[in-house]
Design a protein around this ligand. Sequence first.
Ligand code: SF4
Ligand code: SF4
Length: 398
Amino acid sequence: MMKLRLNTSVEIKGSLQDVPVPSVVRIPLQKKHKSVVKKKQIVGRGQVIAENPSKSAYNIGFVHSSIDGMVEEVLPDAIVIGPIPAPKEGEAAPVPARPEPCAEMDTLANEELSRKLLELGVDTSRFHATRTLIINGLNPEPGVVVSEQLVKDAQETLKAGLQVLERALKPGTVKLVVASGKQISLHGCTTVNSSDVYPATIDPVVVHAATGAERPDNVDIISIAELYLVGRVAETKLPLTETVVSVGEKVFLVPAGMPVQDLLDAAGVPHGTDQKITLGGPMRGVALYDLSTGVPKACTAVTMVPEGLFPPVQPNPCINCGECVLVCPARIQPGMLSRYAEFNMFDEAGSRHVGACLECGMCTFVCPANRPVMQYLLLAKAQLAAKDDMVSTCRLQD
Ligand code: SF4
Ligand code: SF4
């Protein structure tokens, strides 16, 4: 049943491609975002539609419209923007307001530059003024080829992104981690070779490969795809309204919020009821139940998973075989933790380090009982986080 190849490197043949501008976008919001537009408002491409009220320079970025259009719906988790209706007879057509390029981009530095990047839509939540910046140049998951595509096609944009990050974060060292045997470099980076076999490609494992330390202080890590998006902002000086998405063997530059159905049509990828479609890769992606879902800025793949590649997970009993322990890169005990979560024993899961789970999905992948092992762990983590939130809210109110 385990037919998935876990090596992530591939030979890239095609080029980074554009897609037609969609007529409707459904731009995802996170909990912290506060919408600043109303239904029926005309918006221009690049106009702010939701802000992050945080004063911190290191947080999730503002959200901008990725097309010229009219706000059709403002939902808790998304803003839907559709075509501008034709003007009534005798009325002038509304002109969507697009922002001017940000002239300050070339002069700002340090925290001020990070704050500006956040306002321009870059997620800076994982950045800090840092001693070591690591660029994860490995493809994130099997079948997700964004990193190699961008290294092949977008050297100038990656360079522009790196220059901006160097001004914002002032790292002492910048390391680029690439698959062993690959001749890849980026100007100003020390190249480090690492395994490309999943889960060696996920950030915490890459940090270990690059520094020799687990969870070291003063280290930031960014993927090639994230660096490319910073580079787009640096080159255009305009808000970030797009993302790069791998679909099958092709990689596309996609307006944020483009419906998955439109992206699959533009990619010419046939898909039917014998496939599951996930936002993200086959190991960590989230299965979609609605193809009108908009592609989020943080998404690097839309994956078609053929029916039968994986057996459906079930709440079957754990047979205590230990397979999940053998593959877990966090060296925790997924089987036992999944049983704690299954029986609502979340505190016990917390005390046995469920928080150390890297969310790689390997435990679910190998479990012979087909248990949703990682999903149980995610449940425990969410429950513990909600409890922490409740405790801090109580303290504030006291
Ligand atoms: S998802 Fe499973 S295998 Fe991966 S780190 Fe978490 S517990 Fe370990
Ligand atoms: S692999 Fe599955 S059955 Fe085996 S110990 Fe882990 S959770 Fe239990």
